[in-house]
Design a protein around this ligand. Structure first.
Ligand code: COA
Length: 165
């Protein structure tokens, strides 16, 4: 595989990000282009992209909050972003199918953990489907059981990664 790099998001990444989201998530779970525009503006410091030869192939992003778990309203409006919040969320981690299973998401996650530490966060929190619990456990996330989230009309699990200071 060609070398890929991870960098902070730019506003001109918007179209590519919206395309990746549409390819990687079912319509009922996918965030809209407008939602990404707001997220890039609200928390660029915790929005990373992976790139190969100028082409975006994946991303990870999330807002900050004092809530110990992700609740659905966080997804729907960036007004819930609390820059000083002690936890960093993962709203979405996605890699386009042609580049999956080559460690791109792992690198995005590693950079995201470093970002969270630099921002002084205590935990990273996410919700995931049952099939990805094991994947996130590999990074040290702990499964806290079924989430109250009904996002996309499906079942989610709350997971937490405690960050060493
Ligand atoms: C989940 C997702 C982000 C993973 O992305 P990815 O870049 O394929 O992830 P990685 O390459 O880091 O790891 C995926 C698997 O490939 C394996 N892998 C990593 N590098 C590899 C390599 N060089 N050779 C073979 N396998 C490899 C990993 O061990 C992992 O195995 P597992 O599934 O048995 O745990 C991607 O599948 C995706 O975008 N899915 C759709 C959206 C989604 O569900 N996102 C998560 C919820 S927010």
């Amino acid at each position: 595989m060609q070398e890929f790099t991870v960098r902070g998001v730019r506003q001109d990444d918007l179209e590519s990000i919206a395309e990746i989201e549409a390819v990687c998530f079912p319509a009922e779970e996918a965030a809209s282009r407008d939602s990404f525009k707001q997220r890039i503006a609200a928390f660029p410091e915790s929005f990373l992209v992976a790139e190969v030869g100028g082409k975006l192939i994946g991303y990870i992003n999330g807002c900050a909050t004092d809530s110990p778990v992700i609740y659905d309203e966080l997804f729907y409006s960036t007004t819930h972003h609390n820059q000083a919040g002690e936890n960093l969320t993962v709203f979405g981690l996605a890699v386009i199918p042609e580049f999956q299973k080559q460690g791109v998401a792992s690198q995005l996650m590693k950079h995201f953990v470093q970002t969270a530490k630099k921002l002084g966060k205590r935990n990273i929190i996410l919700t995931c489907k049952e099939r990805l619990i094991r994947y996130y456990e590999c990074f040290g996330y702990v499964n806290n059981g079924i989430s109250k989230s009904t996002h996309g009309g499906t079942q989610w699990f709350d997971m937490t990664l405690a960050l060493d200071k």
